[in-house]
Design a protein around this ligand. Sequence first.
Ligand code: ZN
Length: 193
Amino acid sequence: MTAQKLCEKITYIPASSDPLSAEVFLLDTPCGLWAYDLGASFEAAEYLNSLSEFRAAVSHFHRDHAGNLSRVHPAELYGGGYFIKRAGRGIAVSGEMYIDGVRLFSVPSVHAKGSLGLEYGGLAFLGDSLYPGHRGYDIGILKSTINCLKSLSAERLVLSHEAPRLRNRGEEISRLEKIFSRRIKGENFIPAE
Ligand SMILES: [Zn+2]
């Protein structure tokens, strides 16, 4: 398997549907290699294990993003509090953390509790954090997600399961604000479109 190019110094192992595996993004930074998500396929695990050393940040504790946790051995592992508790190892990020120019931050998400984002090189990696949950969008959490997007400095967003194609931060804020505007008084959730 070869990693595909996303942009300068950033590549990715594509997503797959059998097994369901999210993209594994690889960031070649001046201070070493980072993986954002681990995927769930043997191919992704094999690729990661062929690297001499890497740090990993995992977006959330869903199998398609973290399934390879037991197969790979990053030098350092970061995740949200819920992920680290379930993983039983690694460093929990609450709020934000800077490691050698890479910014890790909590993303309030209706899709997955305790999601973790990563900002580097003008891009923000957000995993599945902008997607709805089973019951649609929790209004309070959606508002926090929108505020989180507004606080980013990266103008381009990378979402999982999206080919990947870069999204414009302003357009994504408008899209979520439009969903937020559909809220009905007295109801806690907005149905997904
Ligand atoms: Zn996913």
